[in-house]
Design a binder for this molecule. Structure first.
Ligand code: CO
Length: 438
């Protein structure tokens, strides 16, 4: 039963080679469950009991389920991210090398572990803008074959390769595209051909490299899963699944998944943008409530910010705090940070841990070593636009930001179980004084 959810996660990730594909896949799941698409550019007229979703930039998505018996309502929200570290192809994409070599000119997106991208088949996925007459349309593109590779330098030419390697993104990390069989403009021609368009009609693109390696369930007792993009598509899928299963007639359940977490979230569709705030306000006014009631609703609301966490590394246990450290297959991680890089505080931890207890889901606590900065995530950024009680949680994993990450086979199911309970519980929050889990 545990493994089944993880297999679903891996299947979802395989269908999501880019953030655009991930959002399209989530939209498909929502449509299948009867959710109606709303456009941000058109007026909304919502009804109690209604199920809706909307997207921004094709790379962020928010879905919500309005309770049937709203009265004095509030929001219960999860947030995750759709993007992962990768390489983006530059506008002038081709680099000619010696002997007919053709490379793609790329730059880093987010903070990847460079070495993990070497010597493995890669391809391209993302969004392409195609012109037809006076109309420009956004199209998804996934070139579904082994297309590119970033080769290592042989050890005989770099004897230092095993004593600490410094990677230069403009030199070491460029993918090889052709050994001489292709002429100038062949990159654009390939993109056009894939879309059944003319090369001159390809007028824009956001295309990223992705590793072709297939996900795997492995280990002596099949305890592990490995795949590209577990951070954060494992949380995106499990929170969406929970959202689709949960039911709270007295509140508005909200699922959100944002692009650009890996580059600081400060884009029109990122967690720092107005996207969530705009959607919540539109839900609110469309249901006929006033401004003062919006503040009441937000004050009583709760967010679970879901992003993967660092499990203790088998070779480097010293990298984590001695006690506030987490292990794969041992449950959901609640993340703490005194400097509030994670939003969790006494209140949000108490509420979330109680929810997990009631749902019989194991919980672990994480804090960075006090002499290590650690990473950051979504919750502390989205709260700048919509300020509400928030807890930062995640699933334990190894090798975060590697092209091939590893997590526990059991934990996906724990997340679905806990968040289904979250979406099915009517939280009654009175400021920072009293909390009832109904
Ligand atoms: Co993440």
């Amino acid at each position: 039963m545990y493994a089944q959810t993880s297999r679903e996660v891996l299947n979802f990730i395989q269908h999501s080679p880019s953030c655009f594909h991930a959002v399209a896949e989530m939209a498909r799941m929502l449509e299948q469950a009867g959710y109606q698409k709303l456009r941000e550019s058109q007026p909304w007229s919502l009804t109690k009991g209604g199920k809706y979703y909307t997207t921004r930039n094709g790379s962020s998505i928010i879905a919500f389920h309005v309770g049937e018996e709203l009265d004095n309502y509030h929001f219960q929200i999860t947030a995750s991210h759709s993007d992962s570290p990768s390489y983006k192809v530059k506008e002038k994409a081709e680099l000619k090398g010696k002997g007919g070599y053709l490379q793609l000119n790329t730059e880093g997106y987010g903070g990847m572990i460079c070495a993990s991208w070497l010597d493995r088949p890669l391809s391209l996925a993302g969004r392409v803008l195609v012109r037809q007459g006076n109309r420009i349309t956004a199209r998804l593109l996934n070139i579904d074959r082994d297309l590119l590779l970033i080769p290592n330098v042989a050890i005989h030419m770099n004897r230092e390769v095993n004593s600490g390697m410094k990677f230069n993104q403009q030199v070491d990390m460029l993918p090889l595209f052709s050994a001489g069989a292709c002429g100038e403009n062949s990159y654009r021609e390939l993109i056009a051909q894939e879309l059944g368009a003319q090369p001159e009609d390809v007028v824009g693109s956001d295309l990223y490299l992705y590793p072709r390696v297939a996900p795997s369930v492995w280990g002596a007792q099949e305890e592990f899963i490995s795949s590209p993009r577990l951070d954060d598509l494992q949380c995106a899928y499990t929170s969406l699944k929970a959202f689709l299963q949960g039911e709270n007639p007295h509140g508005v359940n909200v699922f959100s998944c944002f692009d650009n977490e890996e580059v600081g979230s400060g884009t029109k569709q990122g967690a720092l943008s107005t996207f969530l705030r705009d959607v919540l306000q539109r839900i609110h006014t469309s249901l006929g409530y006033g401004v003062d009631e919006y503040c009441c609703a937000v004050a009583k609301s709760f967010m679970v910010s879901c992003d993967n966490a660092h499990a203790v590394h088998p070779n480097h246990p010293e990298k984590t705090d001695a006690e506030n450290c987490v292990y794969m297959n041992q449950g959901i991680v609640v993340k703490f940070s005194a400097n509030q890089k994670y939003t969790t505080d006494g209140i949000s931890a108490a509420i979330f841990v109680q929810l997990c207890k009631d749902a019989q889901v194991p919980v672990q606590t994480f804090a960075n070593r006090s002499d290590m900065a650690g990473g950051s995530t979504l919750g502390n950024l989205s709260t700048q636009q919509v300020s509400l009680h928030t807890v930062d949680v995640g699933l334990p994993q190894l090798a975060m930001h590697s092209a091939y990450e590893t997590a526990g086979v059991k934990d996906s199911a724990y997340m679905v179980q806990a968040l289904t309970a979250f979406y099915s519980t009517d939280l009654k929050i009175t400021d920072s004084d009293e909390f009832i889990l109904d």
